[in-house]
Write a protein that binds this ligand. Structure first.
Ligand code: CKP
Ligand code: MG
Length: 312
């Protein structure tokens, strides 16, 4: 069976218990965050062997993260510890109208930001494994960007498939032009690219899903799936397949954060299961729809048995 590898920064996330400005909130619920770790959790729940490369501080948040990841049956061997940098954390507001919550980061100079190429174990990359990367890891620091590049190169050398979620986080970049150039460099080198429609507008200069897809296909990408939120997803491949799959109806949107990561789990797992690109886009939407109905990033991600019952 296929194994799954990803690399990134995991954080403790404090979600406001009540609506309002973050500055006014007294009570928070702690959970786990980090786009890449969210995807690893989803893959592990579906039964894939998952490895997560990261770094935490020698502190309680670091302990919490390591424990949470190990509870999800993800290999923790490649999570190292920094002696002099703290684990990052973030705050998230509580919304009641389905709008995107406000997010505030406390991650500058975090332990994970010191991750570098020497933390990448070459043995993780073997034929049949899949590497998932996102635009967040390459924004966190230059050493993490180099580590990500190293992982990408190893994966390609060894014949692993590579997916890339553009995940634009403007507050982590010095300016927009630097963000666009770096994100597109990594996207062009990947097999599967998963931009949101708003991200595509910034990265490819168009709000037309087909134009966004063509922009990446013309630059060497094999498969592009543009996420259209509640409207579903548009897919196009270098072999000429294309189409739109509808979104899954959701009764009440609780919190949109993490939906993109769940979408990635759906797509990657389906492709590794041997499904078609259309089935993969559909599963991406299904898992995204589960995550917008819960407040945390990963609590909506299904087990294999749950997924089987939903796909019946
Ligand atoms: O694009 P998504 O809403 O799926 O990503 C959410 C994650 O890693 C969340 O866990 C947060 O911690 C982050 O993206 C981030 O660094 O912004
Ligand atoms: Mg995203």
């Amino acid at each position: 069976s296929h194994s799954f590898v990803t690399l990134g920064e995991a954080m403790a996330m404090f979600v406001a218990k009540t609506p309002g400005q973050l500055a006014d909130i007294e009570e928070f619920h702690r959970s786990l965050a980090g786009a890449e770790v969210n995807v690893a959790i989803g893959m592990a729940r579906l039964g894939f062997e998952a490895s997560y490369i990261s770094k935490v501080g020698k502190d309680s948040f670091g302990q919490f993260i390591r424990q949470a990841i190990s509870n999800e049956n993800i290999h923790t061997n490649w999570i190292s510890e920094s002696a002099n940098h703290a684990t990052g954390f973030m705050l998230k507001s509580n919304v009641t109208d389905g709008s995107d919550p406000k997010v505030e980061y406390f991650r500058k100079n975090s332990a994970a930001s010191t991750l570098n190429s020497t933390d990448i174990d070459e043995n993780l990359f073997k034929a049949g494994s899949h590497l998932h990367l996102t635009g967040i890891s390459i924004a966190v620091s230059s050493s993490m960007r180099e580590a990500t590049k190293h992982a990408l190169n190893l994966a390609k050398e060894r014949g692993c498939s590579v997916s890339f979620d553009t995940n634009l986080r403007p507050t982590l970049w010095p300016d927009e032009a630097t963000m666009i150039a770096n994100i597109n460099e990594f996207a062009f080198a990947s097999d599967i690219v998963l931009p949101g429609i708003e991200e595509g507008k910034i990265l490819a200069g168009s709000d037309q899903p087909e134009v966004i897809a063509d922009f990446y296909l013309q630059n060497g990408v094999k498969t592009v799936i543009v996420k259209l939120g509640s409207k579903g997803a548009y897919f196009k491949t270098s072999t000429g397949e294309s189409g739109t799959v509808a979104g899954f109806p959701v009764e009440k949107v609780v919190d949109t954060v993490g939906a993109g990561d769940s979408f990635a789990v759906g797509v990657i797992s389906a492709l590794l299961d041997g499904k078609t690109i259309e089935q993969a886009a559909r599963r991406g939407n299904l898992l995204g729809s589960l995550t917008v109905q819960v407040r945390g990033d990963s609590e909506g991600l299904p087990t294999r048995a749950h997924l089987n019952s939903l796909e019946k």
